[in-house]
Design a protein around this ligand. Structure first.
Ligand SMILES: [Ca+2]
Ligand SMILES: [Ca+2]
Length: 157
């Protein structure tokens, strides 16, 4: 009697992190490279409903890092603009998780080093972001069931 040899096919799918970067200072809502009164004005307009900030502009508008964009974030920008407080609000780390060219939603993305740890999940476009990240070098680990974990490093200046 021959023994059957079972072959277990293992499908290995790689998660790719092609667009991970540290960019766009928190506080610089219009993305012109400076944090000034105009950025505060944009936040106030958003707060009263005249405009709607979205994407990186919305993330960068939350200078207090409390998840809300409101008048207090504008106050922090004005204080930094006149020199009362530091304008170092941290950086935005963002990227996209793909399987080849297909965006991977629902992947868990962890950003960490010895002093910092944050976790998020990719959206339907495979996009993730971490706001107000202090300067330093970090590991980014992305994982999802059925995929092989991927790790890379990112430096926030
Ligand atoms: Ca600006
Ligand atoms: Ca805020």
């Amino acid at each position: 009697m021959k023994r059957l040899l079972c072959l277990v096919s293992i499908i290995v799918l790689l998660l790719v992190l092609p667009a991970s970067r540290a960019a766009a200072s928190v506080g610089d809502v219009d993305g012109d490279g400076t944090i000034d009164g105009y950025d505060a004005v944009l936040i106030l307009r958003h707060d009263v409903g005249l405009i709607t900030l979205e994407g990186p502009a919305l993330t960068n508008a939350d200078t207090s890092n409390d998840g809300e964009v409101d008048g207090y974030d504008a106050v922090l920008i004005l204080r930094c603009d006149v020199g009362l407080i530091s304008c170092e609000f941290g950086e935005l780390v963002e990227g996209t998780v793909t399987d080849g060219s297909t965006p991977v939603p629902g992947a868990v993305v962890r950003l960490y080093n010895n002093n910092y740890s944050a976790t998020t999940t990719t959206d339907e476009n495979g996009y993730y972001s971490f706001s107000n990240v202090p300067p330093g070098t970090y590991f980014i680990v992305v994982s999802r069931e059925g995929f092989v974990d991927q790790t890379k490093t990112v430096t926030v200046n």
